[in-house]
Design a protein around this ligand. Structure first.
Ligand code: MLT
Ligand code: MN
Ligand code: ZN
Length: 304
């Protein structure tokens, strides 16, 4: 089983079109040691067939950057055989509009609350009904897990996580289980797992257990500090207010990652453009290296 990162940035990407924070302006002017990143998405597959996990606003550029996802076996063709959504947020669903020319209804796996968001608050599923259509598969929150028939070598399990649904979600101020997911993605033959959780504001027992038994964790890398955007004058909201556990500080992501078994591969993903870890010369980047924590980049591939 392979996991490839199509987009490693949070909503807005890096650099963000209207942002002049030190990172975005530094990257634009060539003074920052780092690389551009597109918005949040991975693919999971066996090399021939891939499940797209989250459909980023940057999906068309991501497909162009990954030509093996367009094998060209027919006049209209794609190696993406299914779509799995971890929530109904803009950075994870806008790409669905770009995929409307599919020649059959898209098999899409999502929870009931994400389905509600995508038929009401952000009715993209209704819009797709006028184009390729949606063949919706329900992700339940029991322990049963699910498989995608076209990708039998991969087993999936969804864990509800504390985070935030999108602002247009009917559940924004009263989140329910299933608004945001961590996915436990297992190679059926080796039994090895990866935990993918791009939005995570707290780590409960179930998520922690899954992280401890995983070969690789790819977890919320949005913000370094809780008040990162407040300090830059960009927003009045703190990381935790919008559903993201910051890396630094007491109870932060790095404390959790430090406690994982030594062999676990630790990767931060869904990085906001304000995060100092995007500057590869920063003290924060050096701190991550010491802790053997990696920062996902577009094109990064993990083989389990
Ligand atoms: C988030 O992860 O908090 C959201 O995707 C933010 C956004 O809408 O860009
Ligand atoms: Mn996001
Ligand atoms: Zn910025």
């Amino acid at each position: 089983m392979k996991i490839r990162v199509l987009g490693s940035a949070a909503g807005g990407g890096f650099p963000q079109w209207n942002c002049n924070c030190p990172n975005c302006s530094g990257l634009r002017s060539g003074t920052l040691h780092g690389r551009a990143r597109t918005q949040s998405s991975i693919v999971v597959g066996d090399g021939a067939c891939w499940a797209l996990v989250n459909a980023s606003p940057d999906i068309l550029a991501q497909l162009q950057a990954n030509p093996d996802l367009q094998p060209g076996r027919g006049t209209r063709d794609s190696a993406i055989c299914a779509i799995v959504l971890v929530d109904g947020q803009v950075d994870h669903t806008t790409g669905l509009y770009m995929l409307r020319e599919a020649v059959r209804p898209w098999p899409i796996w999502c929870t009931d609350s994400t389905f509600a968001d995508l038929t009401r608050g952000n009715p993209v599923f209704g819009v797709l009904g006028y184009f390729c259509g949606v063949d919706r598969h329900r992700i339940g929150l029991d322990d049963a897990g699910f498989t995608i028939d076209t990708l039998p070598g991969v087993k999936w399990r969804a864990l509800p996580v504390a985070s935030k649904p999108a602002p247009y979600s009917p559940n924004r101020d009263a989140p329910v289980a299933g608004d945001n997911l961590a996915l436990v993605i297992e190679d059926a033959s080796s039994g090895k797992t990866a935990v993918y959780a791009p939005g995570l504001s707290a780590i409960d027992d179930a998520v922690w257990q899954a992280m401890q038994s995983a070969a690789c964790v790819m977890v919320d890398g949005t913000f370094w500090t809780d008040d990162e955007m407040v300090d830059l004058g960009i927003s009045r909201k703190r990381a935790r207010d919008i559903g993201h556990l910051p890396q630094s500080g007491a109870g932060g992501m790095l404390e959790w990652l430090d406690r994982l078994p030594s062999g676990t591969r630790r990767i931060l993903i869904h990085i906001n453009n304000t995060n100092p870890i995007l500057d590869e010369s920063s003290a924060q980047s050096a701190d991550l290296k010491r802790r053997r924590v990696e920062v996902a980049w577009d094109g990064m591939e993990i083989v389990l």
